[in-house]
Design a protein around this ligand. Sequence first.
Ligand SMILES: C[S@@+](CC[C@H](N)C(=O)[O-])C[C@H]1O[C@@H](n2cnc3c(N)ncnc32)[C@H](O)[C@@H]1O
Length: 246
Amino acid sequence: MSGDSERQALLRDKMIKKGAKGEKSRYVSKISSVLKPNMTLLDIGCGTGHIIQTLAHHHKNIFFVGLDISPGMLKKAKENTVNIPNISLVRGNGLLLPFSECSFDIVITRLAEYSPKEAYRTVKKGGCFFEYGLGPEADKEIVEFFRDRIEEENFFFPHDISKWKEEVCVNIKNVGFVVSTIEEYKEKDAFQNVDELMDTIEMVPLVKNFDREKDRGVVAELAKKYRDDHGIKTTWHYYILEARRS
Ligand SMILES: C[S@@+](CC[C@H](N)C(=O)[O-])C[C@H]1O[C@@H](n2cnc3c(N)ncnc32)[C@H](O)[C@@H]1O
């Protein structure tokens, strides 16, 4: 198991720095609101490290640990956080965390593979857990144009659309967490051109066997349908869940 490739890490870093994909400020401010001096925080599947990088900028007296399974992501995360003394990075599997019970005050995870049971085990009693995950309408324009080739694991297709939040919460509650809130947000991502949108399709990835040359025509059709004065608009639907270990 090696997680995302070095190319995915480069594309993700580029996207995040452009601010083109996936709003994060709400998530960062919700987490910030519970941070107190000398706390420790673990980010499971930290990717390029941008969430803990932003948090560490505002909270110099918190100790942050970023864990990811991908060497390519960790390389980018190291470059991004090189001069930040209160961040450390660890290679590890979110399904089997290399930390003892009750190691962290706060555990967070954004769009990554992780085990709720492991998150519960490693957070302290009374500590908080935050998850930023996909809502069922995320990237629905891509589903519309690539219906037969969708990478299902990178979307959220609930069993019952009218009860999708309950479905998200059930795994979290089953391991012992008490869910305080689950809030959903819907926004638009704006891509400046077809190549930028193709970077995202390739990066996540959203489409099986995506080929930039062969699939360019379909992406161009999508762009024609969903372009306005601000760019090619796709739906970004996500939730932020907050839970507590009692
Ligand atoms: C969609 S990216 C999200 C990265 C980051 N959390 C963010 O919000 O930008 C998913 C990340 O999860 C990592 N990942 C995938 N499987 C993992 C696992 N089993 N354990 C830890 N990290 C994993 C990938 O390498 C990648 O960095």
